[in-house]
Design a binder for this molecule. Structure first.
Ligand code: SF4
Length: 280
């Protein structure tokens, strides 16, 4: 076996309570999408999901909240979970994904056991105001800079299929490269009928080329991760993502949509003679 694939699992610890208006996001309260909404997931459930992720071969476990950014209450909730998970599932690398964050907040997360922070640029700076009007792209970029300053591992990527142009895609990838992320999650827009955006019109070959483009334009990233929308975008052709530069995937469910059974992903990797990464 040659190439190693890094598996990551995401856990929505607070769902569907966000007041922002990101047009691709079913977690915004503005669009009334038919999703599960809750303020704080039960700690016992989070531990259960973390153990299942670890048993499935995941190395990364991401604690996601659906608000614009960290406030004192969210920060304290995420820190308390990180402290518990550090003891319960010590082999998992804990990642936080909690929106806009200051350097001070990120240092507090780091002290609680969080090793990496995920904050996506989502799309290009020029296109961003057509996707979101309640906060700026610059604010997102600044949070990513704060992650680097805090000495946390930066995970930052975006979404394809929002109606952006080829120029927007290049621009986003250049911006991501300037931040030097260790991991770049690529999402493919998964349409929900409550959202105003048109469904993703990307073809499979085009989407595979975008993974390769991401790999080529961010050469120093340790991982190019195919995250949300994998099953919907690639269907039977998902195996091909690994020959187009991807070396990481999200296993299990996504934030508001179901992924496929972990066993099927493990079978896919085995059939391709791809090993699961055991260490970062
Ligand atoms: S800030 Fe995050 S959770 Fe809120 S609407 Fe935008 S993408 Fe969704």
């Amino acid at each position: 076996m040659s190439k190693e694939i890094f598996l990551c699992s995401i856990c929505n610890i607070n769902s569907g309570t966000c007041n922002e208006d990101c047009k691709f996001c079913s977690q915004s309260v503005r669009y009334k999408a038919d999703i599960e909404r809750y303020k704080q997931k039960e700690i016992s459930l989070i531990i259960e999901e973390a153990k299942a992720a670890q048993n499935g071969g995941a190395l990364g476990f991401c604690l996601v909240t659906s608000d614009k950014g960290l406030n004192d209450k969210t920060l304290s909730f995420v820190c308390s979970i990180a402290e518990i998970l550090t003891k319960e599932v010590p082999k998992l690398r804990l990642i936080a994904c909690n929106g806009t964050a200051t350097l001070e907040q990120l240092l507090i997360l780091k002290a609680s056991g969080i090793k990496a922070y995920n904050h996506n640029l989502e799309t290009s700076r020029a296109f961003y105001d057509q996707i979101c009007t309640t906060h700026s792209w610059d604010e997102r970029y600044e949070t990513c800079q704060n992650v680097n300053k805090a000495g946390l591992v930066l995970i930052s990527g975006g979404i394809f299929g929002l109606g952006e142009t080829g120029e927007d895609r290049i621009s986003m990838l250049e911006s991501l490269n300037s931040l030097n992320p260790a991991s770049v999650p690529i999402n493919f827009y998964h349409h929900n009928e409550a959202l105003q955006l048109k469904p993703n019109s990307l073809m499979v070959d085009e989407a595979l080329e975008l993974i390769q483009l991401t790999r080529d334009m961010i050469p120093n990233a340790q991982r190019i991760m195919v995250a949300g929308g994998r099953e919907l975008m690639f269907g039977e052709r998902q195996k091909e993502i690994f020959s187009h530069g991807a070396n990481s995937i999200v296993i299990g469910n996504y934030l508001t949509t179901s992924g496929r059974e972990i066993g099927k992903d493990l079978e896919m990797l085995q059939s391709l003679n791809l090993a699961i990464a055991k260490a970062v």
